[in-house]
Design a protein around this ligand. Structure first.
Ligand SMILES: [Zn+2]
Ligand SMILES: [Zn+2]
Length: 329
């Protein structure tokens, strides 16, 4: 019998209604916020991702689904942001719109180990705002993510926020971390030994017990931020406070991808265990320029649809929330 590729799933007619429902709720919410849908190809030039995510990130090093054809190497998109930015530049959308606000819904692909229950084809709902560096964009993007969760009927999540600062501040942060980890290198796991050389920020995400002990001793604060970035972060926090959005500041939240600058955020759920992220996002003020476009700031986020369904199935004893039932099967 022929079987589906490991790490992929058939969405059968009995399940498809909850997919349609979450898509419908999302489209409605995005349109209230004046975001327009964009559909980019599933296949992209490898340079789109190699140049944006960073050479030493886990995705580029281990998780890219490559498609080779004679001299050309393509990649099945592992995430949406770089693809949307490529489309924004190629179609000169900076000339036709002021601030561009996009959303997308679709499959992403990563070469995961399916025996660990990870999906090789999974689905994202994401948004990108390109063309403004103002703090009000950060506030809107985070409040939109919060609103979507509410519309989907998800409760019990936590929004964690941090600021990485500009490129210069990030360099400072990397130096602070390198100095701190220098004397603790023997206590780091094998993977983090490599990260120490190439991607020291990523050590903060390591779940290894030994690494966690070292990380806890760090006592990180926001000392790496310059005056401008510090003021920007203060504006973001007071904007979120004014909207009564609950969040927690964590100087340990860094996100592993090279393109992030200033505000980063992650949405976790207590019921998900060790892999607790429902979605994440952040600012990427240099990426558009780095990929050959105009010098404009941008910010976005993405949620994993399968993660959202997983939380729903875990919350299934709580029937008080009507929308909660509506995206459940
Ligand atoms: Zn700065
Ligand atoms: Zn580690």
């Amino acid at each position: 019998m022929l079987k589906k590729v490991p790490g992929t799933k058939d969405i059968l007619p009995i399940e498809v209604s909850r997919w349609q429902k979450i898509e419908e709720i999302s489209r409605k919410t995005f349109s209230v916020y004046n975001y327009q849908e964009i559909r980019t190809p599933i296949i992209e030039d490898i340079a789109v991702y190699a140049r944006s995510l960073g050479e030493f990130t886990e995705i580029v090093q281990k998780q890219m689904f490559l498609v080779k054809n004679n001299e050309d190497t393509y990649v099945l998109r592992p995430e949406g942001t770089a693809s949307v930015v490529r489309a924004y530049i190629e179609n000169s959308l900076d000339k036709t719109t002021g601030i561009a606000k996009f959303y997308y819904i679709g499959p992403m692909f990563r070469l995961e180990r399916p025996q660990k229950g990870r999906l090789r084809q999974f689905h994202h709902i994401g948004a990108e705002v390109i063309g403004s560096g103002q703090a009000k964009v950060d506030i809107e993007v985070i409040s939109l993510a919060d609103r979507l969760l509410d519309e989907w009927g998800i409760s019990g999540y936590e929004i964690i926020v941090n600021s990485l600062g500009c490129q210069e501040d990030k360099k400072k942060l990397i130096k602070i971390l390198k100095d701190a980890f220098k004397y603790e290198r023997d206590n780091l796991c094998d993977e983090c030994q490599k990260r120490f050389q190439n991607n020291v920020l990523r050590i903060l995400d390591c779940k290894n017990e030994g690494c966690q002990k070292v990380i806890k001793k760090l006592n990180l604060q926001d000392k790496h931020l310059c005056d401008d970035c510090s003021a920007h972060f203060t504006q973001v926090k007071s904007g979120l406070d004014a909207l009564k959005i609950k969040y927690r500041i964590s100087p340990y939240l860094v996100r592993g991808l090279d393109y992030y600058t200033r505000t980063v955020f992650e949405i976790t759920h207590k019921d998900l265990g060790a892999q607790d992220a429902l979605g994440a996002g952040g600012r990427y003020d240099n990426l558009v320029k780095e990929l050959g476009g105009p010098d404009v700031s941008a910010m976005g986020f993405a949620f994993g649809i399968e993660r959202l369904f997983l939380v729903h199935s875990l919350q299934s004893t709580d029937h008080s929330h009507s929308l909660c039932n509506s995206i459940r099967r």
